[in-house]
Design a protein around this ligand. Structure first.
Ligand code: SF4
Length: 390
């Protein structure tokens, strides 16, 4: 098995306003920005990673609230501390409400070569429901400015499954988005994360979410429309015009490739261990600057069973599915023998495609990703009976 270079993720924990559906960690207190940046620079020096990196992803939060000087400083510090390979993919997430032509041009000049714009919708009514700080016009301008700034690798994020949304209305968003010929599209189904303001409104009956049938139908519409328009689905929510235009960074998350996360709440993965930083900017600053220690909240050494579970959950998210040979080699088991009965019935139901080499979900199967993955995983409730070398 070839070794893929690792990825670096940097979490910028600031947003101008919190969107009611979002459970990513961020704060709106910008007075914490200078000490945060100081702590981030120091965290980079403290995290001495030997591996080579070929992706750097600046996410959040809203990284595009940073000035170009901040971005330059972050990139220089990353290059000093890590072995970032030439031709690396360097992505920034941008919120249309926080950019202007100069800022985007400066980001590009600073070495950022991929931009992911959080458009979410090109209809103002949807943006209002989602509590976004920008209008559809702002999103269109951000896309145009990004192109003018020199970004020839651009991804757009869209959200569907908004209460009351019809197939026609969603297709209008998709159609309008592809008019800009982005290299990449991420289409996320709106979910109601526990304890977010939107989830509380849902529970209070302030709006009625789409029923499961309508949501599943919009998912299928998305994939069929984008595949027909030249955007191949490669992961449940991600589409690209060609293999080289897929998100190199995000593919690491689904493919068992190690990554290092910096910043509050950022997660890291070494191959057999996961650890994550405190979900608090203040605690992050205090640990690094005052206590001179890494801001790690928790570590989890993964058992073989946990790693197999992850390989199944993450592998089935990808249209190429799970490589049976890689699974067998990595875990010392026979995938086909372990899951023969479950796979056979899923195949008969039209939810799964299986060959000697790969096991993947059909479009209908992807609708039930979680239940299917959990049906497979429950097959090793008693791992000792299934794993010959345990
Ligand atoms: S801008 Fe992005 S990170 Fe910030 S609250 Fe909204 S969705 Fe979450």
């Amino acid at each position: 098995m070839k070794t893929e270079p690792s990825g670096i993720y940097i979490h910028i924990p600031f947003c101008i306003r919190k969107c009611p559906y979002c459970d990513f960690y961020s704060v709106t207190d910008f007075s914490l920005k200078p000490p945060f940046l100081k702590a981030l620079m120091r965290e980079m020096r403290m995290v001495c990673n030997v591996p080579r990196f070929n992706t750097l992803y600046i996410g959040g939060g809203t990284p595009s609230v940073l000035d170009v000087e901040d971005i330059r400083q972050i990139m220089e510090a990353a290059r000093r501390s890590y072995n970032i390979l030439p031709e690396s993919e360097i992505t920034i997430e941008a919120n249309p409400g926080t950019v202007n032509p100069e800022k985007l041009r400066d980001y590009h000049c600073a070495g950022v070569n991929r931009i992911n714009i959080g458009v979410q919708s090109l209809q103002d009514a949807n943006l209002t429901f989602l509590g976004r700080i920008h209008s559809a016009r702002d999103a269109v301008l951000a896309i145009r400015w990004a192109r003018k700034a020199g970004f020839d690798n651009m991804g757009l994020d869209l959200i569907y499954g908004i209460p009351g949304q019809t197939k026609k209305s969603w297709l209008l968003d998709l159609q309008n988005a592809i008019e800009f010929e982005p290299e990449h599209l991420s289409c996320y189904m709106l979910t109601f994360e526990p304890d977010t303001p939107m989830d509380r409104d849902r529970r209070r009956g302030i709006f009625r979410p789409l029923n499961e049938h309508s949501a599943a139908s919009l998912f299928k519409t998305t994939t069929e429309f984008l595949n027909d328009s030249g955007y191949a689905q490669y992961e449940i929510s991600n589409f690209a015009r060609s293999e080289s235009e897929r998100s190199r960074h995000n593919q690491k998350y689904w493919s068992d490739v190690p990554y290092t996360g910096l910043g509050p709440s950022a997660h890291s993965f070494t191959g057999d261990e996961r650890y994550w930083n405190h979900r608090s900017v203040k605690r992050y600053i205090q640990d690094i600057i005052d206590e001179q220690r890494l801001p790690i909240a928790e570590r989890e050494l993964l058992t073989k069973e946990q790693r197999m579970t992850e390989a199944i959950y993450l592998g089935l998210r990808k249209t190429e599915g799970i490589s049976v040979d890689d699974f067998d080699e990595k875990f010392g088991v026979s995938f086909n023998r372990m899951f023969r009965e479950t796979i056979k019935s899923l195949e008969e139901e039209g939810f799964m495609k299986v060959s000697q080499k790969r096991c993947s979900l059909t479009l209908s199967g992807m609708v039930f990703l979680d239940s299917i993955a959990s049906a497979l995983v429950s097959g090793f409730d008693d791992p000792l009976s299934l794993l010959p070398d345990c």
